[in-house]
Design a protein around this ligand. Structure first.
Ligand code: FAD
Length: 316
């Protein structure tokens, strides 16, 4: 068994102690499958939705006091949750709010969908975020994993963040703090929670921005599944001789015939070899096994070890 994102422990804290710390809105044994774009995974022992910065800080310090492991979920579009679920507290970030706070700076609650931020920037005639059109999930999740497409990344436009650290303290940092790299940020190391994102764009022409967004959405509609998926499962491989400095994991997977592979209800998408879909009745274990098979084939043919882009929760 491989542990990811969770220590082996069993949390036996009484219901009343949990409610005393987190309030009445805490829920117990909540299915996490409905929160993920794969629609797989078991229950969370404790589950809390937070809608304000202060509530995030309070929840994190309460979890710290009870020594309760906790995990943050945004839009759930890049997650593989174990069928056994999560033996701790899942905090779902639903902090809303979109506001122009300077001529070119938008302040976003971390729970806003990335697409709503794209639309807001378009309505304010601000350019620089069009590339993100059609990327699922929240702006908080996008910053955490430095989501990107078409050679651009969210890290390029992050101006400031409001974060909550593991003690529940709030701080404001600038974009450089995040040390953005390909699908990576320093926040993956610090495990700080993103509550507010301020992005800095440029003044542009609304009709041109609109056209770019429409073109990108058309490309995505053509290439991406309208089925249950978490997007690209594996990261591309750094290679300076390739466009955008990356060798496409999709290309390698295509070359090993991955599009023909399936395990249980999990299948490789027929139009994109780096995407796994839940064809209806997949479990997280099916997806886990299929991913292992894909990795094995690439290792065998190219001697390249694919690294996962998605985040796993629990034991596999
Ligand atoms: C059809 C499809 C297409 C996709 N295309 C792309 C693409 O082109 N480019 C790309 O980069 N990705 C793509 N993705 C993957 C996914 O949409 C992104 O990774 C997205 O940014 C994840 O955001 P989320 O809110 O869903 O995060 P989640 O899946 O909820 O979480 C992912 C990670 O972020 C952390 N996290 C989430 N919110 C916060 C927060 N507020 N503070 C701290 N940590 C947080 C979680 O703890 C977890 O470790 C695609 C997914 C799908 C389904």
């Amino acid at each position: 068994m491989k542990a990811t994102e969770q220590l082996p422990l069993s949390t036996n804290i009484s219901r009343s102690a949990i409610i005393a710390e987190f309030g009445d809105s805490v829920e117990f044994d909540i299915s996490l499958a409905r929160l993920t774009s794969f629609r797989t995974g078991g229950p969370a022992k404790y589950f809390l939705v937070v809608k304000t910065l202060d509530n995030v800080a309070r929840a994190i310090s309460s979890a710290q006091r009870l020594e309760l492991p906790c995990f943050i979920v945004g839009g759930g579009s890049n997650l593989l949750i174990s069928d056994a679920g999560y033996d701790g507290l899942i905090i779902k970030i639903e902090i809303a709010g979109l506001e122009l706070i300077d001529e070119t700076v938008i302040e976003c609650g971390a729970g806003e969908s990335l697409m709503s931020v794209v639309k807001f920037s378009e309505s304010e005639s601000l350019t620089g975020l069009e590339f993100a059109a059609g990327i699922w999930g929240t702006i908080g999740g996008a910053v955490y994993g430095n989501a990107g497409a078409f050679g651009n990344e969210i890290g390029d436009v992050v101006h400031e963040l409001e974060l909550v650290n593991s003690n529940g303290n709030i701080k404001t940092v600038d974009g450089n703090y995040c040390r953005f790299a390909y699908r990576d940020s320093y926040l993956k190391t610090t495990k700080e929670v993103i509550a507010t994102v301020r992005i800095k764009l440029h003044k542009g022409k609304r009709d041109e921005i609109q056209k770019k967004i429409t073109d990108i959405l058309d490309v995505r509609r053509d290439k991406h599944p309208d089925k249950l998926t978490a997007g690209c499962f594996f990261k591309n491989i750094p290679d300076s001789s390739q466009p955008h400095g990356k060798l496409s994991a999709g290309y390698l997977l295509e070359e090993v015939g991955a599009k023909e592979l399936s395990v249980g209800g999990a299948k490789v998408f027929e139009k994109h070899a780096n995407m796994i879909i839940n064809a209806g009745d997949a479990t997280s274990h099916d997806i886990h096994q299929l991913a292992a098979l894909m990795k094995e084939q690439v290792k065998k043919k190219f001697n390249i070890e694919l690294e996962e882009e998605i985040t796993r929760i629990g034991y596999f």
